[in-house]
Ligand binder design. Structure first.
Ligand code: TYD
Length: 207
């Protein structure tokens, strides 16, 4: 008899810009697919047609912090309804580049909104939905700034922030990881891409 399909797992990737999340997300997908799992790769802000339009505004338009936070959660609400919950219900594993830990680190801590406001919106928009596993690509701010300078891409509204801002992002993330070490695993992203890849694979294999 076939077993009842189990719910897919929800894995999120977090870290300051330049920490290498995007490089590793594709590799994680390969590892999971090699085990016969269905995988859906997605990102925030974005992940739906409406969400990608909101992302464009978020990355390029000046706006109040409250507006920014509400737009992030508006995109997230759509993403959860249209993509994440249906995929998980169908047994598909969802790999998401950034999720609500980003909002705690960037808006809550770095921009100074505070954690309580983020927690209120999180509760309203997500209900009981939480990632099963979060990989935090942790990197000293100096290293992430140097890497981004090297890449010399056009900078969006977040990437134009200064050293102190990214220090607060990092601290925000690390506080989240300390509070929930079961879910949130810290990866030393200052290592070589091969070493980081191995560390990531080890964690993925363990689940
Ligand atoms: P990202 O896709 O990682 O940008 P890039 O492709 O340039 O690496 O994320 C876009 C930006 O959005 C990033 O600088 C962080 C910001 N962000 C927040 O400030 N709060 C959030 O909740 C999310 C999801 C992203």
């Amino acid at each position: 008899m076939r077993s009842i399909p189990t719910r897919g797992r929800f894995i999120t990737l977090e870290g300051v810009d330049g920490a290498g999340k995007s490089t590793h997300i594709g590799r994680i997908r390969q590892v999971l697919e090699a085990r016969g799992l269905e995988v859906r790769l997605t990102r925030e802000p974005g992940g739906t047609e409406l969400g990608e339009r909101l992302r464009d505004l978020l990355l390029h338009r000046q706006m109040a912090l409250s507006t920014e936070t509400l737009l992030i959660f508006a995109a997230r609400a759509e993403h959860i309804e249209q993509v994440i919950r249906p995929a998980l219900r169908a047994g598909t594993w969802v790999l998401c580049d950034r999720f609500t830990d980003s909002t705690y680190a960037y808006q809550g801590n770095a921009r100074g909104l505070g954690m309580a406001a983020v927690a209120t919106l999180e509760q309203w928009v997500q209900g009981d939905l939480q990632p099963d596993l979060t990989l935090l690509f942790d990197l000293p701010v100096e290293v992430s700034l140097a890497r981004r300078k090297q890449a010399s891409l056009e900078l969006d509204r977040f990437e134009q922030e200064d050293h102190d801002f990214f220090q607060r992002v990092r601290e925000g993330y690390r506080a989240r990881a300390l509070a929930d070490p079961e879910r949130m695993r810290v990866i030393d992203a200052a290592l070589t891409p091969e070493e980081v890849g191995k560390a990531v694979e080890k964690i993925i294999e363990s689940i």
